[in-house]
Design a protein around this ligand. Structure first.
Ligand code: F6P
Length: 359
């Protein structure tokens, strides 16, 4: 009987519990034991490691749609890869992880994480030697190379869309604009998708340079005196500091354009998991279990041309733009961004949305 572990790391999002529940359900049919590693790598650093064994009552089906991770993702300030590097304790940390994994005597570990967690797992692969490491990509940022979908993204787009839909009504009542700041780190996928969904008047994303005067000219010549300007948190405006939405808002105010700012923040990471995210989580859970059965290791599940398959972590890592963490240069992540040939960009232009200085 195989012993498999599940761990959720990095920021939470919707769809994690669906993935966890489906992994348990599928593994049970195969006669495997399933263990939930609590609090991500932080929990593995505890003595003894924080772990629970699943049974039918652990995560009931009706709770699988809820956001967050039932297994927790760990405290940001606790000992994890990032804080261990910062505190010069990375060797100690890696040894502890290895020791805990050996103690748990797992055949396989399913790691549900973002590009940071996946990159770190690949760069520190010796920690997982001797067990099968299968990763499942999740993130609201959609910045993981080689997969067309990540768990949590669809729900985040829906949450941001609903947030903006509501604001549109008050914007109309008061003849004013809302500058809404989305999450996404330095990747504009979330803002781009929600911006198209709501019919924003402008979408500003880190991948495309924008000109503040062109933005303002577009707002002034708009056929309405209200609407949404959706800005991704990763944009910057030369000579200005502070939150991007505030910077844009100040410029508009200075020119007499009535506006307010709004920050949906972590509401983008919660909300009932959409059907699309539940289906994605289910497909990825099934693919991960098959990968275990096929003796694969150091792989990640991915959607490519609507097929759910595994790709090697090596391939994942080398397909993205390998960047240094801004705070920790020895920490490398493999990132993907909105590519210049993304069809949504031209669609936005055709819809009259200001998307920046597109060539
Ligand atoms: O990576 C996911 C994400 O939600 C980003 O979009 C955002 O910048 C960040 O995490 C927020 O992190 P925290 O939960 O630590 O505030």
């Amino acid at each position: 009987m195989k012993r498999i572990g599940i761990m959720t790391t990095g920021g939470d999002c919707s769809g994690l519990n669906t993935a966890i529940q489906r992994i348990y359900q599928g593994a049970k049919l195969k006669g495997w034991k399933v263990f939930g590693l609590l609090d991500g790598t932080d929990g593995l650093c505890e003595t003894p490691p924080k772990v629970i064994e699943f049974d039918d009552g652990t995560l009931p089906i009706e709770n699988a749609r809820l956001s967050g991770s039932f297994l927790h993702n760990g405290r940001a300030e606790a000992l994890n890869f990032e804080t261990a590097i910062k505190r010069g304790k990375i060797n100690q940390f890696n040894k502890k992880l290895r020791k805990s994994l050996l103690e748990l005597n797992l055949d396989a570990l399913i790691l549900v994480g973002g590009n940071g967690s996946l990159s770190l797992a690949w760069c520190n692969k010796e920690i997982y030697a001797g067990l099968q490491l299968i990763c499942i990509p999740k993130t609201i940022d959609m910045d993981i190379p080689l997969t067309d979908a990540t768990i949590g993204f669809d729900t985040a787009v829906q949450q941001l869309t609903s947030f903006c839909d509501q604001l549109m009504l008050t914007a109309r009542s008061h003849h004013r604009w809302f500058v809404v700041q989305s999450m996404g780190r330095d990747c504009g996928q979330l803002a781009l998708h929600a911006g198209i969904a709501i019919g924003a008047k402008a979408i500003l994303i880190p991948e495309i340079k924008f000109d503040i005067n062109s933005l303002i000219a577009n707002i002034k010549k708009a056929d309405t005196d209200y609407g949404i300007i959706l800005v991704s948190e990763g944009i910057s405006l030369r000579g200005h500091s502070g939150r991007p939405a505030d910077m844009i808002s100040r410029k508009l105010t200075a020119l007499g354009i009535a506006n307010r700012t709004a920050f949906p923040e972590h509401t983008q990471r919660v909300g009932d998991t959409t059907a699309a995210d539940r289906i994605l989580a289910t497909r990825m859970a099934d693919c991960a279990l098959n990968a275990i059965e096929n003796q694969e290791t150091y792989v990640m599940t991915a959607i490519q041309n609507n097929v759910c398959k595994t790709i090697s972590l090596n391939e994942f890592f080398n397909a993205g733009e390998i960047t240094d963490d801004p705070k920790i240069s020895s920490m490398k992540t493999s990132d993907s961004y909105v590519s210049p040939d993304n069809p949504l960009l031209q669609i936005a232009v055709d819809m009259g949305i200001y998307i920046g200085e597109i060539k």
